[in-house]
Ligand binder design. Sequence first.
Ligand code: BYC
Length: 323
Amino acid sequence: MPVQDFEQVFQDKIDGEIKIEPKDWMPDAYRKTNLRQISQHAHSEVVGMLPEGNWVTRAPSLKRKAILLAKIQDEAGHGLYLYSAAETLGMSRDEMIGDLHSGKAKYSSIFNYPALTWADMGAIGWLVDGAAILNQVMLCRTSYGPYARAMVRICKEESFHQRQGFESLLVLSKGTDEQKAMCQDAINRWWWPSLMMFGPKDSESTNSDQSMKWKIKRKSNDELRQQFVDMIAQQIKVLGMKLPDEALQWNEQRGHYDFGAINWDEFWAVVKGNGPCNKQRLEARRKAHEQGAWVREAAMAYAAKTAQKKAAAAMQAGALEMA
Ligand code: BYC
């Protein structure tokens, strides 16, 4: 078949809501952009464990510690499903991790901000996982099968993450004056970076047009950002806290909240590696990888030994049959 025909069959599948699977023909650019997005997503999950990992030993109670540990382990699992989904597109996990460690690959800007107080654990759960889940609910219907299927389980876990974050802030918001101030301070610091998670505004989003045509993305960066603002502007009323945005106001005509200008210079600085914690995050990842080398080696040695044993048992069974 000429390439145009393959392209037509591919686009017909997308238009007909049939998932694209690893062995199906796909345009090279579709493969590349999925690989880019899924691997960035996997890196985000793994780097995203660091700001929260910082608080495990300082959680205020056994219950909070158990919840935080479970959440961080979930993020590791999300990273693993996503690396596996990305591998189906033809790049090895080692190569992807190499790109992360060399600074070539991107990961979400949000994880380059520091987690300064315990209230940040609540704010990350409520705002960061809250933003992530809006984006990820959309991705449950993305056109690439392995990515869509990974997202279904991830979303279930993320919704628990968001609730525990909100509940944790709710307790602080009803606490002492100091606890209330800590809660407000965390919201102030995480609000704007959370809005940036949705990516640049639509007019600056280089990948959106093509990704929408291929149904990799189903809602634009600005649409999802607006959905997030509308959701959080309501939920914050329950906390009795304020979002740090004087321009935030319900707009009857639009049926949405208006909100203030995002600092895009800050966003691009963080994306290009110059955020408050970029260097620290990459260093921590590289160190963890080096220190985990013995685990990888032991796992490989164990796998080789098991395969050897299996082969020997099969040979013996064969010999017995022949005899
Ligand atoms: N940070 O054309 P655009 C979690 C880049 S973790 C950094 O709109 P696209 C959690 C973008 O890559 C969940 N870079 O891109 C874990 C592109 O550059 P390249 C994280 C960003 O792909 C632990 C350029 O800007 N979620 O839940 O169409 C604890 C132009 O952008 C960002 C995901 O990863 C950013 N924020 O749309 C707690 C979701 N935004 O690649 C929680 C999966 C944009 O051309 N990803 N850039 O060099 C996506 O849905 C899409 O990639 C995005 C961007 C909506 C983020």
